[in-house]
Design a binder for this molecule. Structure first.
Ligand SMILES: NC(=O)c1ccc[n+]([C@@H]2O[C@H](COP(=O)([O-])OP(=O)(O)OC[C@H]3O[C@@H](n4cnc5c(N)ncnc54)[C@H](O)[C@@H]3O)[C@@H](O)[C@H]2O)c1
Length: 260
């Protein structure tokens, strides 16, 4: 029974962006299922606070996903502590909403650093530090599946996340390491507090979501837990959309019945 409730007992988990909405929910769920969870972020106060609230089995460390030395330091520390990386959830990053004509080179590079370079470093870390049979979950976006006006920098980085995820899945399969990507739709977190989102008509946006509401961080964390665990043991190199149906297709006005 304990095995069912705590499938991650004895497993060391690293979550980036764990001070935030989705990363925080993943850290909480993975710890509740018995994992030893290293929460990491650049927001040290919020990250420490989250780890303290989770309590047993939770540790906080500073890790900027675009900084190679931060990855090396955290993984080395886990290893000294006898924690061989078993699950990695790479969740960190911000968004930028701006038309291409109004996107500076520095802004574009920042999106690439956080999402694409961050994913590269996560996957390279997994390749070298992860135990055989481990699982990596990268976080792309429905905006990395559907090209979206106003999200050129963010969206192209997220398309790239899916590509890198598949390459890693192919390269790490022989060691039994599975690598999959989650593509959230619109999830209730702080991410849309960033530049360009203040004037959004959220109600109009929600009307475009087939399931009629935004998702919760816990719903994304549940998908991550599935991809980390035994139930997904034959799944690698794929994307799991957690988007309330946004990417399923285009809804058209009700068609008139055809006359006989
Ligand atoms: N919320 C959504 O609607 C949504 C949709 C699709 C994809 N996503 C993706 O989910 C992931 C998590 O987003 P969220 O919604 O939880 O946002 P959030 O703002 O709640 O959390 C993001 C976290 O990342 C941290 N962070 C930012 N830059 C970092 C860096 N360089 N290194 C380490 N940490 C950094 C922030 O401090 C924050 O704690 C992001 O990759 C985001 O693109 C979110």
């Amino acid at each position: 029974m304990a095995e069912l409730a705590e499938p991650l007992r004895g497993v060391s988990v690293l979550v980036t962006g764990a001070a935030g909405g989705i990363g925080g929910a993943c850290a909480e769920l993975f710890a509740a299922r018995g994992g030893t969870v290293y929460l990491t972020d650049v927001d040290d106060a919020a990250g420490r606070d989250r780890a303290r609230r989770i309590g047993k089995g939770a540790h906080y460390r500073h890790l900027d996903v675009g900084a190679e030395e931060d990855w090396n330091a955290v993984v080395a520390e886990m290893s000294w502590a006898g924690h061989r990386l078993g699950v990695l959830v790479n969740c960190a990053g911000t968004a930028l909403k701006a038309p291409l004509a109004e996107t500076s080179l520095a802004q574009f590079r920042k999106m690439l650093d956080q999402h694409l370079v961050g994913t590269f470093l996560a996957l390279r870390t997994a390749a070298s530090a992860m135990a055989d049979g481990g699982a990596v979950i990268t976080v792309s976006s429905v905006r990395g599946v559907l090209a979206t006006a106003g999200l050129g920098a963010y969206g192209s980085a997220k398309f790239g996340v899916r590509a890198l995820t598949r390459v890693a899945a192919l390269e790490l399969a022989e060691r039994g390491i599975r690598v999959n990507s989650i593509c959230p739709g619109s999830i209730e977190t702080d991410i849309t507090a960033g530049p360009g989102f203040a004037d959004d008509d959220v109600a109009a946006y929600v009307r475009g979501i087939p399931l009629g509401r935004r998702g919760t961080p816990a719903e994304v964390a549940a998908a991550a837990l599935f991809l980390a665990g035994e139930d997904s043991r034959y799944i690698t190199g794929t994307d799991l959309l957690v988007d309330g149906g946004i990417a399923a297709g285009v809804r058209t006005p009700r068609l008139q019945p055809q006359k006989a």
